[in-house]
Ligand binder design. Structure first.
Ligand code: ADP
Length: 477
């Protein structure tokens, strides 16, 4: 139980959803922090600078009014302060040049004592001083300024203000931002969870599909939703699985057909051999006949395995070396090999080959193409029939035609004729030593060369195969 739970916990933090959500939250948190701090601090700074100019201006007004007095005294200062109506300030203090308090609204009893405020000390040193802070829900501002007469510092003014009105506005603004941020965060959280969930669910489905197909279920398909990159990926996955399914189906069929093809002659050989060994005193003529049958079955077996190997090498993508091959010359030498077979049934083979029919191809492939087509033309011919092989150049291609006056191929079989193991008449093909693989080899070899092969009925009976090869560099124009 424990390892499973640990795996689950590790999975959560390692999941794409978790990482995506974390990235979103980090982004949202950064934005909200900025939203909550920057406007508040910017408004505070605006208030500070507004306070600085207004407080220094007011301190300046008091200082200028006091500098008009002949002597700075507590009563004189009180009159001026009253005259100016400085009720907004929390404290107004005036000292003489030595820092002795002449007037103080906060504690009238302090008059006569020496004030030790840093701001006052600096003002007595001829400085204009301002200081402000935002604390305890209020703006606390202080300003101090020297009182001069005839260029000499005769005293200093110190004013202090506690502003809660502007502070309240900023605090309300901050609270509102806080509420809006909380709502925005809750919404972003919900949306992030929904979106990342949807996204990861789709990825999970895809990886489950990959595992299913890997397990051998090639019929499994995804149903693509939406129209984004993941949808595209699902479609690609489906078409890939479709190809896999087809390939697997072809492979299965090929293996079963191939085993069947090999099984039949092997069974015949076994039967014949058992008959010979099981029959006492079999006459030599029959033994000879049986051994001849065994030999021809073995020969068929050999031909079939050679063709199977040829096809399987092609499936593996193996290709022979490309050389310049004269199709006319290759046809001539190949047809010579078929003469004995043709002679048996009285079939005549003739060749019409034009000059310069050169293509770039593996020599053995050209031989295989011509041999299989011409062999079929002889095999599926009628006694006394004829085969015409012609090779000529036509518009950047070399055309090979194999025509016969034979039994022909029914229209309905034409689309399947190049499929592996396909035979129009199984018994006839078998009787003539066929395996149903010759035309597949022709088709694969021609396709690998970038050419095409077509089949149709010949006027006057029989069949015509036409192969078009792209002409090689050595071809004469
Ligand atoms: P096979 O070894 O049986 O000849 P192929 O692949 O060469 O196999 O040919 C497939 C089938 O096509 C043959 O079994 C035969 O029925 C038919 N066929 C091929 N060529 C001809 C032809 N020239 N005339 C009539 N039928 C043909």
């Amino acid at each position: 139980m424990r390892p499973a739970r640990e795996k689950q916990r590790r999975k959560l933090t390692q999941s794409v959803q978790f990482k995506l959500a974390l990235a979103f939250f980090a982004l949202i948190a950064a934005l909200l922090i900025l939203l909550n701090t920057y406007p508040v601090s910017a408004s505070r700074d605006i208030v500070f600078s507004e306070k600085e100019s207004s407080m220094l201006e007011q301190a300046g007004v008091i200082s200028a009014s006091l500098s008009g007095l002949d002597t700075l005294s507590g009563d004189g200062v009180a009159q001026i302060v009253e005259l100016l109506g400085l009720t907004d300030f929390e404290r107004v203090m005036v000292t003489d040049a030595s820092g002795r308090v002449l007037y103080d609204t906060a504690s009238p009893s302090a008059e006569g004592r020496t004030a030790l405020f840093a701001e006052l000390m600096r003002a007595l040193g001829s400085e204009r001083v301002f200081w402000s802070e935002f604390a305890g829900g209020a703006f606390l501002s202080r300003a101090a300024m020297p009182v001069t007469r005839g260029g000499t510092v005769v005293g200093a003014v110190y004013i202090c203000e506690r502003d809660t009105t502007q502070a309240d506005i900023i605090l309300a603004f901050r609270d509102r931002l806080g509420t809006v941020s909380a709502i925005a965060f809750a919404m972003a959280f919900a949306l992030t969870v929904v979106f990342t969930r949807r996204f990861t669910v789709r990825i999970t489905r895809l990886s489950e599909a990959v595992r299913t197909v890997r397990g051998g279920d090639y019929a499994y398909r995804l149903s693509p939703e939406g129209d984004d990159e993941l949808t595209e990926l699902c479609r690609d996955f489906n078409s890939m699985t479709e190809t896999l399914e087809k390939t697997e189906e072809q492979r299965r069929r090929f293996v079963s057909d191939a085993s069947h093809e090999l099984k039949t002659p092997l069974a015949a050989i076994r039967l014949l051999a058992d008959s010979i060994t099981g029959t006492e005193n079999m006459d030599p003529g029959t033994v000879r006949e049986f051994v001849q049958d065994i030999s021809s079955e073995a020969e068929r077996l050999q031909r079939t395995t050679e063709k199977l190997l040829n096809l399987s090498r092609r499936d593996d993508g193996a290709r022979g070396e490309l050389t310049d091959v004269d199709v006319g010359e290759t046809a001539e030498s190949t047809l010579r090999l078929l003469e004995p077979l043709a002679a048996k049934t009285g079939v005549t083979i003739s060749l019409e080959a034009g000059p310069g029919c050169i293509i770039s191809a593996p020599r053995d492939d050209v031989y295989q193409i011509i041999f299989n087509l011409a062999e079929n033309a002889v095999k599926y011919n009628v006694p006394g029939g004829s085969v015409l092989v012609s090779v000529r150049r036509s518009a950047g291609a070399v055309e090979l035609r194999v025509e016969d006056t034979g039994i022909g191929i029914p229209e309905k079989d034409l689309p399947n004729i190049f499929s592996r193991f396909y035979r129009v008449d199984k018994a006839r093909s078998r009787e003539r030593g066929g395996s149903g693989l010759g035309l597949s080899i022709v088709h694969d070899a021609v396709s690998a060369l970038g050419g095409s092969v077509t089949v149709g009925a010949r006027e006057g009976g029989g069949t015509r195969f036409t192969v078009r090869f792209p002409a090689g560099k050595g071809a004469e124009e």
